[in-house]
Design a protein. Sequence first.
Length: 99
Amino acid sequence: MGNRKKIRKVQHWPKSDTFLPKNIHVEPGMATSLPLDGFEALRLVDWEGLSQKQAAEMMGISGPTLSRILGRARRIVAGALTNALPICIKGGDYLVLNG
């Protein structure tokens, strides 16, 4: 039996939950999903410039968990950019602290 998944604390809801590539016809089901905890990890580390340790503390998770979330989020975004796929921010185990 594995460990229970810890609820991730999210400070900010994204201003948009869908990003579409320009000049690309989007078929249903083409979008790739970026979990909200992945968005928050990217925002804190790559945008706000926090260390992974600081970001993990803010999200209420361990450093290794933050590292896994961040790595997965970066792969999702890189794949979507490389293949001109839409990104939908949705899902995950989270608690939004601010609107």
